[in-house]
Each structure stands twice: as C-alpha cells, then as structure tokens.
Design a protein. Sequence first.
Length: 180
Amino acid sequence: MNGKITTEKLQRFGLGLFKPDLYLDSILQLEVPEGIEHLILDLDGVLTPKGRLKLIPEIVSKVSYLSNILDVVILTNRTSHYFNSQRLRFIRKIEMLYGVPVVPSRIPKPLKGAFELACEVLGARDTASVAMVGDSIIADVMGARLAGLGFVVKVKSLSNNGVIYEPIAVPTDAYSCSRE
C-alpha cells in the first residue's frame, strides 16, 4: 500500500477543505493565477500584523498593484466586539490608502457567509473566478473551500512586530479555546 498523501486521499477523508492551492511566505510573492478575476484578502495577519493597526508600505504597494489588474476586496472576520470606533477608523484608512473596499463581516470565518458577502461586494457571479489569500488554515482556507472559491493561497502570518511567523495552531475567531 502506498503511504503517500495524495489529493485524492485528502478529498476522500474530507481533508481537502484544509489544503490550499499555494503556500507563500508573504503576499508580496503573490502572482495572479490564470482565470482569476477577483481577489479576497484577509486583513489581520496578511496585510497587517495580527492585533495591530499598523500598515506596511511594501504590502500597501502590492495591494495597489493587484487592484489595478483585478477586483480586490479586503475581508476581516473580527466579531462585533472588535468593531470599536478606533478599528472602524482604521478600516476607513485602509480603504482610502489601498483604494479597495474593506468588508468587516460580522459573520465569522470559516462560515461561508463571510466569503459570500465579499463575493457580493466584488460583483463576482462565479466563485471559480475568485481567489482568497489568508493566513489561517481553518478560517481562511477551509472557509474559502466551503464557499467554493476557485483558488486559495495560504501565507505565513505577520506577527505583532511585522515579522513573518507560522503559528502551530490557529483557533477560529468565532470560538475561544481558552479555559477560565
């Protein structure tokens, strides 16, 4: 018996939901795949360090470049308690700097409703023409697969100091994994 993990084996056990089409260290390495007309970008961990309202100039330039060649929307899945006035001002600042809409979905990823909302803002009629770039296997990759998006990219997360890191485990933002 072949012990090799194949796409067919992953699909048979439902694990294909967790497999991106491409792994990158950073969004800065992203080249647009053929057939993709729309792009959804995760905000926290991909464009900004997790938990920080900080912009990185090279990433701002990359998003600007991408938005010139296809439709781009930024999706954040932070739940309602994160939508304070400071965060909303930051979201508006991102929209102005990047020139693309930010979808602050109250529907938590990986639920497909967040991705459907982003596709609606993009005007994407066919989810096969939509790519997702995210840093979480569960929230971003699985959610994009459940929504039927055409291409999924997993990038390493930006830490709080702007350094790229790869978390060992990433809980979804919808649920707390801590015990009190």
